[in-house]
Design a protein around this ligand. Structure first.
Ligand SMILES: *[C@@H]1O[C@H](CO)[C@@H](O)[C@H](O)[C@H]1NC(C)=O
Ligand SMILES: *[C@@H]1O[C@H](CO)[C@@H](O)[C@H](O)[C@H]1NC(C)=O
Ligand SMILES: *[C@@H]1O[C@H](CO)[C@@H](O)[C@H](O)[C@H]1NC(C)=O
Length: 266
């Protein structure tokens, strides 16, 4: 009975590990929504399942849906490197699977101007602290920060932290450094915190798989107990699988495994 339980447990665990849902997350490195021209950045599709084969795509004002490695960027696996940026690299970037599934998208602005605003590329979680940096190519100077067109703060060191962001902090930000100029604007998006603190998405994925695979699990259990019942009734001929009865053939395989396990235990 011990062996049977452990075998079932093994089957159950492998069914949990087997089929991941196909998802990808796009990140940018260095993590910034704005770049000066002639800088470099790389984009990466972080996937749950490496067999996905994600493509990096972008929409710019010049060209829509274009793929990394064709007219722009250098593709390396699920990453894409733009080694010398230009203003026409500004646009929205995303990962796309061959089946058409898409990741989150990221807005990137490349400017030929004198000032950039470094803001989070990914949506920020409600309650987190967010720091915005206003920069020239060479230094951090006192900067004015604007949200939706209105001045919100002047910061002597050129960076501003918003503590415990809420939905009302969502908006279009830009900054200005006197005698240098203004940055392009960037969106800051604020999302809800996860429903229970400390519960990672993995928990939901496991729960999902439990629901999907429990019928399989239960039917396996039923099939095996049925088979056990028959063999203990000393009717060996009934348990001999016929070639066209895959379910019983499978049961015999399980029984073989159990015999091996039994030998191992004694
Ligand atoms: C992109 O590629 C260039 C040339 O190989 C390299 O110098 C640069 O560090 C890469 N950039 C990133 C952000 O990986
Ligand atoms: C990119 O452009 C295409 C064609 O105009 C449009 O259908 C698609 O929604 C755009 N994608 C994003 C992420 O903006
Ligand atoms: C990208 O920018 C557009 C406006 O230019 C905005 O509507 C959209 O929400 C932004 N998307 C993301 C993912 O920040």
């Amino acid at each position: 009975m011990m062996e049977e339980t452990s075998l079932l447990l093994l089957l159950f665990v492998s069914s949990l590990l087997c089929c991941t849902t196909n998802q990808a997350r796009l990140t940018v490195s260095p993590s910034s929504s704005q770049f000066f021209e002639d800088e470099s950045f790389s984009l990466s599709c972080e996937e749950d399942d490496s067999s996905g084969g994600w493509l990096l795509r972008r929409n710019t004002t010049k060209r829509q849906m274009s793929q990394c490695g064709v007219k722009w960027g250098r593709s390396a696996g699920s990453s894409c490197n733009i080694s010398v940026t230009a203003p026409w690299d500004s646009g929205v970037y995303w990962c796309e699977s061959r089946e058409g599934a898409t990741s989150n998208s990221i807005n990137i602005t490349v400017t030929g101007g004198p000032v950039i605003l470094q803001s989070p590329v990914l949506p920020v979680m409600e309650g987190d602290d967010v720091t915005l940096h206003c920069k020239t190519k060479t230094s951090n100077l006192p900067a004015d920060f604007y949200k939706d067109g209105s001045l919100i703060r002047t910061e002597p060191a050129g960076h501003m932290t918003i503590h415990h962001v809420s939905k009302s902090d969502e908006g279009l930000y830009k900054c200005h450094i006197s005698s240098h100029g203004e940055s392009p604007p960037s969106w800051i998006t604020v999302t809800d915190p996860p429903p229970t603190s400390g519960a990672p998405p993995l928990v939901f994925r496991l729960a999902y798989r439990l629901v999907v695979f429990s019928p399989y699990f239960i039917s396996t259990l039923l099939m095996m107990s049925l088979y056990r019942h028959r063999t203990t009734g000393n009717d060996i001929s009934m348990a001999t699988p016929l070639p066209n009865q895959p379910a019983e053939g499978l049961a015999e395989e399980y029984d073989d495994i159990m015999e091996v396990t039994t030998e191992h235990h004694f």
